[in-house]
Design a protein around this ligand. Structure first.
Ligand code: SAM
Ligand code: MD0
Ligand code: SF4
Length: 360
């Protein structure tokens, strides 16, 4: 597509009009450098109009890497005997969460594999106890990423102190979902977002880029996310993992993730969009922020035996993923870390918003 046609689509989006699927696909298909620059500039404009050049930081506590599932892309899939398995104790989880809060993050994300010890108990008491314990100790909002859980648990999770529930479909192409997440139920996973939101818990939805989807699938996901009424939307490039079925798929070109982030920013102007440190490490931070991301996720304290999800070691033990290091990079590009209270207000405001008509 010509530069001039891209300009028209971007102008349409900047004037507040809803883009068609074909227009979203055109933006995701951009190859020309000059058009790419226009896309990222438009995404920056939208981000600055809505968030004033400020970003939020999320600490990441991957507290159990045990999992009963066999997702074909994941290092921690049950069948992978090479993966690093650990289960942090309550004391360790507490210490990690409070030290992240002290270091200045805006939120703490408590993430686990679908650990059978937790998932085999119908009451999920261990999970509820962990969330309650951390919520009693830290003031910043809590995100919980436990995998797919039963509907009746959401009120208890809310009561325990969960502000956010993260659970990503990876794709909204059902046939592809089944290949990525064998033996898992597409609708049940999608409903997680609905059940969380019905209980005033904010939600995050996400896709992976480079897992066999095409540009149409990506555009479709970005549109489905518009109708879901979620509060945070992400795209993460697939990172091939040793000893997993998708290793031979090879890595995804990061530019496709950057285009997805920019288009999500245009289509979801007021939502939070992560720049994950778990794909390219800190080296990939600036490009993701320039594409329109406004949350930095996967901040991990060094030397605590913690892993990332897609990049289990990159930049962790040398302190590269610490708030201090991130702030040094933000200084170079004149982006500011938002105030803690700005984030708490944003979370409270979003919780009050009624779900848009047509959502889930
Ligand atoms: N076990 C829970 C689940 O699957 O919902 C919570 C873990 S969540 C942090 C795992 C997410 O990390 C996946 O949904 C996927 O989006 C991302 N991820 C996992 N492996 C990845 C990989 N190899 N490359 C890129 N992203 C990956
Ligand atoms: C991240 N590694 O933010 C984390 C993870 C789970 N809620 C988030 C995918 O990149
Ligand atoms: Fe388990 Fe989550 Fe990895 Fe799937 S993505 S294997 S559910 S940890």
């Amino acid at each position: 597509m010509e530069d001039a046609e891209i300009t028209l689509i971007l102008q349409k989006s900047l004037s507040g009009k809803v883009l068609t699927t074909a227009e979203i696909e055109a933006l995701l298909s951009i190859k020309e450098q000059s058009s790419l620059e226009q896309l990222f500039e438009a995404a920056q404009t939208v981000k600055n109009n809505n968030f004033n050049n400020k970003v939020f930081l999320y600490g990441f506590v991957y507290f159990s890497t045990h999992c009963r599932n066999n997702c074909s892309f994941c290092f921690y899939r049950k069948s992978n005997t090479d993966s690093v398995r650990y289960r942090k104790s309550d004391e360790e989880i507490l210490e990690l969460s409070t030290s992240l809060e002290d270091s200045g993050v805006h939120a703490v994300d408590l993430t686990m594999g679908e650990d059978p010890i937790i998932h085999n108990d119908t009451h999920y008491q261990k999970l509820i106890d962990i969330v309650t314990m951390v919520n009693d100790a830290v003031k910043v909002p809590l995100m919980v990423s436990p995998g797919a859980i039963p509907q009746q648990l959401f009120p208890t999770l809310k009561e325990a102190g969960a502000d956010w529930f993260a659970c990503y479909q990876e794709t909204h192409n059902i046939e592809l979902f089944q290949r990525l997440r064998p033996a898992q139920d597409y609708e049940f996973r999608l409903n997680q977002k609905k059940w969380a939101r019905e209980n005033d818990i904010l939600t995050e939805e996400g896709i992976m880029v480079g897992v066999g989807e095409n540009v149409h699938d990506r555009a479709h996901s970005i549109e489905v996310m518009r109708s879901l009424g979620v509060d945070q939307v992400r795209a993460m490039s697939f990172v091939p993992q040793n000893n997993t079925p998708m290793f031979s798929n090879g890595p995804s070109p990061f530019i496709d993730e950057l285009k997805a982030i920019a288009v999500m920013r245009l289509v979801h102007p007021q939502k939070l969009i992560p720049a994950s440190l778990d794909v390219e490490g800190v080296a990939g931070l600036k490009t993701r922020l320039a594409a329109g991301a406004n949350v930095i996720t996967s901040i991990i304290p060094p030397c605590k035996g913690l892993a990332g999800v897609a990049q289990h070691e990159l930049d962790i033990d040398d302190g590269g993923r610490s708030v201090e290091q991130i702030e040094a990079i933000l200084d170079e590009i004149n982006i500011k870390k938002a105030d803690k209270n700005d984030y708490i207000n944003l979370v409270n405001e979003r919780k009050k918003q009624p779900l848009a008509e047509g959502s889930l």
